[in-house]
Design a protein around this ligand. Structure first.
Ligand SMILES: *[C@@H]1O[C@H](CO)[C@@H](O)[C@H](O)[C@H]1NC(C)=O
Ligand SMILES: *[C@@H]1O[C@H](CO)[C@@H](O)[C@H](O)[C@H]1NC(C)=O
Length: 322
């Protein structure tokens, strides 16, 4: 009898866990064992505020690096338009005819979220993949090289719920909020724990560490960061602050990379940050490229002219030290 109860309890637990598992996509690395991608954020202004210049340079850099995909850190549509990658420069560059992986930003939540997430957009443009939270694993033969964890960060931010006076948010699909957040955190934690990938990269719209006008997002620092630290992730990539920025953590190996310079920038606000952690801050527009191999990660930030603004790299042994 006692045994049966435990058994039933286990089944119930399994059901809860499996129903919450994040959708996961798998892809192979290029034949040379590398993976390259570009990151853009806070764009979707139909070419305005240098967005077209950024798009043009993305085409050029994308060609040079033979990129495999593009990541968008959110705020993909500042107007109500839902046509996505409709800037002609995104269309004419052959190097950008790749998969685009995107998270939602806070501005995206002010529109019709379901429409942005719907397969209709993907049908309009096959490159476009935007889900609330999901995982992409990149393999090289049997080796799991890089795993990306895309996290929906907007629902974490209290002020969008407490004083939504000026804006209307579409919270359909995420209420009750407490449960949504706690399930998401559990899912991300579990997925990170189970990951065998050499490099673990987390992507969200909101900042965790930033000297920009929005600064650190306290809710993420309290709730998400401990999970990222406990699971030894390598990079946290975000948008939200309209700048390009690289902060190295002194408490962990995490590199905090802000790519929010997709269109409107030059805010003129840079808050003080510990110089030993602040590797790079640029108030203007631009884009970031990342190249990943089994042993190395190379990061480069570019301005609207394609000039290199900042470079950083790190390496890991091919096999675990034991
Ligand atoms: C476009 O980029 C140039 C070069 O960084 C900058 O001087 C200019 O202010 C930018 N324009 C806008 C509208 O942000
Ligand atoms: C960074 O790249 C340079 C040039 O390829 C290389 O000499 C150096 O060893 C790399 N550093 C790390 C930490 O991987």
């Amino acid at each position: 009898m006692g045994l049966q109860l435990v058994f039933i309890g286990t089944i119930a637990l399994c059901l809860v866990v499996s129903s919450a598992v994040l959708e996961r996509f798998e892809q192979a690395l290029k034949q040379d064992g590398s993976l390259s991608f570009l990151v853009i954020g806070d764009w979707g202004r139909k070419g305005a505020y240098n967005q077209s210049k950024v798009a043009f340079q993305m085409g050029v850099i994308g060609q040079q690096l033979d990129i495999d995909f593009v990541i968008s850190t959110g705020d993909n549509f500042y107007d109500s338009g839902l046509t996505g990658i409709d800037d002609p420069d995104f269309d004419t560059a052959s190097s950008l005819q790749k998969q685009w992986y995107s998270v939602l930003g806070n501005h995206d939540y002010r529109g019709n979220v379901e429409a942005q997430l719907s397969p209709v957009l993907t049908n309009l443009d096959k490159r476009w993949l935007c889900l609330r939270s999901f995982i992409c694993l990149f393999t090289f033969f049997v080796s799991e090289v890089a795993e990306f964890f895309f996290v929906d960060t907007t629902p974490f931010v209290d002020k969008y719920f407490i004083e939504p006076k000026d804006h209307v948010y579409d919270w359909s699909g995420i209420l009750p909020r407490k449960q949504y957040i706690s399930n998401l955190l559990k899912d991300v934690d579990l997925a990170l724990q189970q990951s065998n990938a050499k490099w673990k990269i987390v992507v969200g719209h909101h900042t965790i560490r930033s000297a920009g006008v929005h600064g650190n997002t306290d809710e993420l620092v309290k709730q998400l960061l401990p999970i990222l630290e406990a699971n030894n992730i390598d990079l946290y990539i975000n948008g939200h602050d309209h700048c390009l920025q690289h902060i190295s953590s002194f408490d962990s190996a995490i590199q905090f990379l802000t790519c929010g310079g997709g269109s409107k920038a030059w805010r003129g606000v840079v808050n003080w940050w510990k110089p030993e952690e602040m590797k790079f801050y640029y108030d203007g527009q631009g884009v970031m490229s990342v190249k990943v191999t089994e042993t190395e990660i190379d990061i480069v930030f570019y301005d609207v002219y394609g000039h290199v603004l900042h470079k950083w790299n790190t390496s890991k042994q091919l096999h675990a030290s034991w």
